[in-house]
Design a binder for this molecule. Sequence first.
Ligand code: PLP
Length: 371
Amino acid sequence: MFESFNPTPRILMGPGPSNVSPRVLGALSRPTIGHLDPQFIGLMDEIKQLLQYAFNTENTFTIALSAPGSAGMEACVVNLIEPNDKVIVCINGVFGTRLKENIERVGAQAIIVEDKWGDPVTLDKVEGAFKANPTVKALAFVHAETSTGARSDAKTLCQLAKKYNALSIVDAVTSLGGSELKVDEWGIDAIYSGSQKCLSCVPGISPISFSDKAVEVLKSRKSKVQSWFLDQSLVMNYWSGEGKRSYHHTAPINSLYALHESLLMLKQEGLENAWQRHHNLHLALKSGLEKLNIEFLVDEPHRLPQLNSVLIPNGIDDNTVRTALLSKYNLEIGAGLGQLAGKTWRIGLMGSTANEQNVALLIAALQDVLS
Ligand code: PLP
């Protein structure tokens, strides 16, 4: 016999999703209305404005894609890159590798700048790649590499892209709402994120934003975008503010109620206050972990407050500890990903999960299961 699904509430301190607040879950359960209902169009307009606030941008093309972060990544690549284009892609973890895969799948040439997992992208290497390849169309990199917990210098990387007349494509899936991110000031051309990390919304939506220059590049393409669903020149007509909206696909209506509520919560807290909260809690976590002799993977200046990769102490079994945290404390932390599997744990302090009680509980729980 089947029954309704009733999961045990967990404290989500992994690499995402983070905990969704009761306010956002409340918004999710409101009555579904039509996706072209004037009330819903009004909600979409507010979401665009709230996303502009979260991204620190005035970009007109700032929307929420009806798909997860991976689709945001793919949308940036398939809309702005054409076959035979050259793109510098920085790889210092799993998601840089995924970017490369997307670039190659559109038939473009990926020029790889590689760094050790746990290190940020090396600026000199990127400049070297630009000098060696004068006709590069774009630079693509991950601002906050969730697989390692390293933050790269997005501001300088985008300045480099401008200097060499290339577009910048930035993965902000883990950074949006959790640490400093300034799309206009840093000159980012195309950026994508995810709803399930520091926005603490339900998974499955990808906020994206294109600069006017990126929109121009999209409009002057030689070839059609090969993905109909991700072709942003078609999606624009559904999200555009000019009063005449045309059907493109059926939006995830209730998930957009939830996104609106989570963005409203961010606006009410204040973006810079949210960044500061993540930073403060990272410091609290760090001091607790130090008492347990647990060390970080990433050097201090490059650590992400919202994603803390730590080295599993010698002689400790990864799976035993994570299973004990889950079964005894309903507390989830993340396993290492890719080449860091079995070597690191990833402790997320994202969005509404980032609070003092959770940090204190995790430290006490770790102390218990490690003893
Ligand atoms: N990029 C980064 C940096 C991520 O952390 C993730 C997900 O963890 C993604 C892209 C892909 O997002 P999603 O899992 O929502 O498709």
